[in-house]
Design a protein around this ligand. Structure first.
Ligand SMILES: [Zn+2]
Length: 168
């Protein structure tokens, strides 16, 4: 797993908040979010749910600052997260994979999630720049996304949203 891929944690968490429906409202929806990340699963409490919702808000604020070109504000928020959730790098060859670097494997679920997400986002911005981050222009969506190629003109998170907004 390369370190930039940890930034997917940011997208997956932030996009659980849909203006029409909150997909992070109870422990079952939190478990659903974590099913693709078995290494992050653990005992979950309402306190964890609250911490994840708080983290979601902080990450969205960081991404929105980045999209608005406010690099200082984005970095300030991200650096604060990195201080609160320090990563513990560890080399692993679990499940027959080649040796690769993993980030933190201890602490509560929200702590581990935050550490991975903050590190991934910091690496992504460091390697690809602030403008690699996008915010869907559709008011009914507002999902965040990452521009994958050099073309950063994409306004929507998906074709679905682009079509709904009138094929831009
Ligand atoms: Zn969208």
């Amino acid at each position: 797993m390369d370190l930039v891929s940890y930034a997917d944690l940011v997208v997956e968490l932030v996009n659980t908040h849909d203006p029409a429906e909150d997909a992070l409202r109870d422990l079952d929806s939190l478990r659903a979010l974590l099913t693709t990340r078995p290494h992050l699963l653990g005992r979950l409490t309402y306190r964890d749910l609250e911490a994840m919702r708080q983290l979601r808000q902080e990450l969205r604020a960081i991404v929105e600052a980045a999209v608005a070109g406010e690099g200082d504000r984005a970095a300030e928020g991200l650096n604060a997260l990195l201080i609160r959730h320090p990563v513990r790098p560890a080399l692993s060859d679990h499940d027959g994979h080649r040796w690769h670097l993993h980030l933190t494997e201890d602490g509560s679920v929200p702590d581990r999630y935050a550490a991975g997400a903050a590190m991934g986002l910091a690496v992504l911005i460091g390697e690809k720049g602030l403008d690699a981050l996008g915010l869907c222009a559709s008011p009914e969506c507002r999902n965040i996304f990452f521009h994958t190629g050099p073309d950063r003109s994409q306004l929507h998170c998906s074709d679905h949203c682009a079509k709904r907004d009138g094929g831009q």
